[in-house]
Design a binder for this molecule. Structure first.
Ligand SMILES: N[C@@H](CCC(=O)N[C@@H](CS)C(=O)NCC(=O)O)C(=O)O
Length: 204
């Protein structure tokens, strides 16, 4: 099994993190985003969207980080994705947040600073704080976002929240979020998301 990835992509880190937490055997293959490898025919044949991450499980090719989490959990690490209707819906609710509010908030703010994207900085940082405040309230009195144990919902939310300061989003003011990040980082098999020197330093 191969995962096409890039060390500075939070979407790819989400998949790499779960491969590591789940003890899943996969080779991580870095794609040269700066050189445009993801827009060349060989990669577009794997994912016409021209985006990483992409999983290739012996010819079964799957794009989209959250789809990859669902596939890997179902196939290799079922404890991370509840089967029952209520439990599965609770996880899906936060996968949607990861693909929505997180992508358009903290991930977008980081795209501006780390990759030079031209979003409205004030708007994306404002969005980031709105979703962080909601998640902070949601985590009051609970250890994990969607169940009484870690699930792929926690994995999907982790990467861009952890690196939100790189987009000048001060996440340090959200105490429940900070405690949840630390709990995630203490899980066996945790794999960190590469840091850059950009944005608000960790010590803030
Ligand atoms: N919905 C996709 C989004 C993936 C995504 O945005 N990947 C970025 C890297 S973080 C990418 O490949 N961007 C290159 C491009 O869109 O041209 C997922 O969850 O995997």
């Amino acid at each position: 099994m191969k995962l096409y990835s890039h060390p500075l992509s939070g979407h790819a880190h989400r998949a790499c993190l779960f491969i590591s937490l789940g003890g899943i055997d996969a080779e991580i293959v870095d794609i040269d985003l700066a050189g445009g490898e993801h827009k060349k025919p060989a990669f577009l044949a794997l994912n016409p969207f021209g985006q990483i991450p992409v999983l290739d499980d012996n010819g079964l090719v799957l794009a989209d980080s959250n789809a990859i989490l669902v596939y890997l959990a179902k196939k290799h690490a079922p404890d991370w994705l509840p089967e029952d209707a209520v439990g599965a819906a609770a996880v899906q609710r936060w996968l949607s947040v990861a693909a929505g509010e997180i992508a358009y908030g903290p991930a977008a703010a980081r795209l501006v600073t780390v990759f030079g994207a031209s979003f409205d900085t004030e708007e994306v940082i404002g969005r980031a704080h709105r979703i962080l405040a909601l998640i902070d309230a949601e985590l009051a009195g609970k250890a994990w976002i969607a169940a009484d144990r870690p699930t792929i919902a926690d994995v999907a939310l982790y990467s861009y929240i952890a690196r939100a300061p790189e987009g000048n989003v001060d996440r340090f003011r959200y105490g429940n979020v900070s405690a949840w990040l630390k709990r995630t980082e203490a899980l066996p098999g945790f794999r960190p998301f590469q840091k850059t020197a950009i944005g608000i330093p960790d010590a803030a």
